[in-house]
Every structure is written in structure tokens, then in C-alpha cells.
Design a protein. Sequence first.
Length: 137
Amino acid sequence: MKPFTLDLPRPPSINRLWRHGRGKHYNSPEYLQWIADADMVSIARKYMQGHEMVIGKWRADITIKRVARFDLDNLGTKALFDWLESREFVRSDHDNEGYTVRWGDAPEGCRVTITPLQKADKWDVMWSKPFSHPEMT
């Protein structure tokens, strides 16, 4: 499998993913909006159509469009990696072997390149879940 690149909106800061109230933790409105925006961009760019899921180890190279008052070390890679897993671009964010984050050109705010590091064997394929997002096609 070859590396692939996705242009997505810039994820929210890790400090803005969750909110707390009445003894509960929940996804913040900003985080929920980012998920919806990432889904819309991926649909518009046809990322959801016919892509292969990375099964096994992978790495990510992330480029963020520079914005004022945003610390690069607060980037929500958690949000990004969870989104990649939930939309079945990668089988698991636990398989991530490393990532780099830098300022640079990212048309939608965030550009991520996923590079598979190993070829999946027949057991990996057999135990992976099939792609099943009919509402995204």
C-alpha cells in the first residue's frame, strides 16, 4: 500500500476537545464541529470512496497552516488520529509508530500523510473490520 495524503480542517487544540460539567465528561461543541467539518471535507474530496484501510504499523507526517495564537505542541493529534481510525483510514491509532508536526502549506488547515510501514499478512486482513460507512459514499 502506498502513502496517502488527506487535507482536513485544523483539529482543535488538545485543551479544547472535552468539557466537564455535572460530573460528566463530554466532547466539546468545537470538537464535534471539527468532526463534522472533517467529514464534509473528506466527502467533498472523495476520500471516503474506495480507500484502503492501513492494517498494521504506520506513521504520520502532519503539516499545519500557521495561525496566530496556536501552539504547535497543543495540536489535537488525538482528535486527528481518532478520526482516522473511526473513518477506517487506519485500523488502529495504537499502530502508529510515530509522527512529525510542522508549520507549512495546508490548504484546509491540516495536511496529513499516512505512510504504511509494513505489508499486512493474511491474518491481519482476516481480523480487520470491513469498511462500512454507506452514509459517507
